[in-house]
Design a protein around this ligand. Structure first.
Ligand code: ATP
Ligand code: MG
Length: 396
């Protein structure tokens, strides 16, 4: 065996194909020829393949089904033999199946016919989540990254991120980290009334490998329960927070926190791009004024050029109730994207900013606080996971 072949074999994902549905035979033949997977075997019936399913050290099972609803018995039969992630393959009308699969022990659902590359992509993805399967239907413990961005200064990024992070920690009971990525002039700590001893700069210049324990030594706890990693104290220190350092930081943070809220500056700099690569939900803050609208439109185009998935963008209309001769529908028309959240202008906000206590906590009965709390609720993983799975249920 040549070195090349050895390397290729090592990288292949071991799959097994069971069940039947239209297009499955063709897909199986295509997968057999595909270099990234190793087809260990295939059989229409689960029982006949029990030995391979049990002893095959399989990484993924692809199961074709003709059922219009979730084939609970077929899945249970596979589960008797292996804990490998299952990808369901269906043909025809299967919307009930999709709906039921959302909360089930199924890694993905694909509707055939499907491009082989899409299936291989899904297989690779399933192997990654497969290591973290903690029980039937329970998703992996991996923090979500919510990035708050706007291409214009003063639109309410820091107000939104500090209040949202406080709401996640205080009202949703989430282990929350707020990262201030407005590296030169970040003021998230001030808005929270915190005078930090350590900042993101101290963390990235500290010697040694970064891990969760080390991260914990550089964060500051706020009364709401959130941890903050503030921006560097001196603007010139910003450049030491490199793309590579930030990538590692976010990966580590995901292991220890449920949610990581990232406040940003109005620029697409290196660390911001590293953050976008890992962002689960991008809150794009917009206001009811023409210059902001123009820049948000440009930002949407840039995000498209960066291949940032559009379904992760949530437009937030800040100060939505201000009477300035522009309506929500006009914003949506100009951006060609729906507004997902509205946050009202509220006197409580500037007062809270000056006191260093987020309005969502200080004025919990205000309209602003209610809007932020419902945003925090809507950004829960369950909803996001459903949206994600719907996206994956695509026709080839
Ligand atoms: N919903 C709101 N109601 C009332 N005031 C608000 C609201 N949102 C923001 N503000 C006010 O606008 C100011 C600017 O907001 P913020 O600092 O969050 O903007 P930013 O986008 O982070 O700006 P920068 O780009 O400079 O960091 C705040 O100090 C606050 O007083
Ligand atoms: Mg700011």
């Amino acid at each position: 065996m040549s070195l090349d072949t050895t390397v290729q074999t090592r990288e292949q994902v071991r799959i097994f194909v069971t069940g039947s549905c239209d297009g499955l035979d063709q897909l199986r033949d295509a997968l057999e020829r595909h270099g990234e997977v190793e087809l260990v075997g295939s059989s229409p019936g689960v029982r006949e393949s029990a030995a391979t399913l049990t002893g095959g050290h399989l990484q993924v099972v692809l199961h074709g089904t003709r059922s219009a609803s979730l084939p609970v018995d077929e899945i249970a039969a596979i589960r008797e033999h292996t804990r490998a992630p299952i990808i369901l393959l269906a043909s025809g009308e299967a919307s009930a199946l999709l709906e039921e699969a959302l909360d089930s022990d199924v890694a993905d659902v694909l509707l055939l016919p499907q491009m082989t590359e899409n299936v291989v992509f899904s297989v690779r993805k399933a192997t990654k989540s497969g290591h973290r399967v903690t029980g039937v239907g329970s998703p992996a413990r991996r923090g979500r990254i919510v990035t708050v961005f706007s291409p214009k200064g003063g639109t309410g990024k820091t107000v939104t991120s500090t209040n949202l992070a406080s709401a996640f920690a205080k009202y949703e009971g989430k282990r929350t980290l707020l990262v201030d990525l407005d590296l030169q002039f970040g003021d998230a700590a001030i808005m929270l009334g915190i005078e930090p001893e350590k900042t993101i700069y101290d963390l990235v210049v500290a010697p040694g490998e970064l891990d969760s324990e080390k991260l914990a030594g550089y964060t500051t706890r706020h009364a709401s329960g959130l941890d903050i990693l503030p921006a560097p104290v001196r603007p010139e220190d910003a450049e030491l927070v490199t793309e590579t350092k930030l990538s590692r930081l976010l990966e580590v943070a995901r292991e220890s926190y449920d949610v990581i809220v990232v406040d940003t500056s109005p620029f697409f700099h290196g660390p911001m791009l590293a953050t976008l690569d890992r962002t689960d939900e991008l809150l794009l803050i917009c206001g009811l004024d023409v210059p902001t609208l123009k820049n948000v439109r440009l930002a949407l185009q840039t995000l498209e050029l960066l291949a940032f998935p559009q379904n992760r963008i949530r437009v937030v209309l800040n100060r939505a109730n201000t009477k300035v001769g522009m309506k929500r529908s006009e914003v949506e028309g100009a951006l060609d994207v729906k507004v997902r959240f509205e946050v009202p202008s509220d006197r409580a906000v500037p007062i809270a900013v000056n006191r260093g206590n987020p309005a969502v906590l200080a004025e919990s009965g205000s309209d602003f606080a209610k809007a932020v709390r419902s945003m925090a609720k809507a950004l829960q993983p369950a909803e996001a996971a459903k949206a994600q799975k719907k996206k994956l249920f695509r026709k080839g």
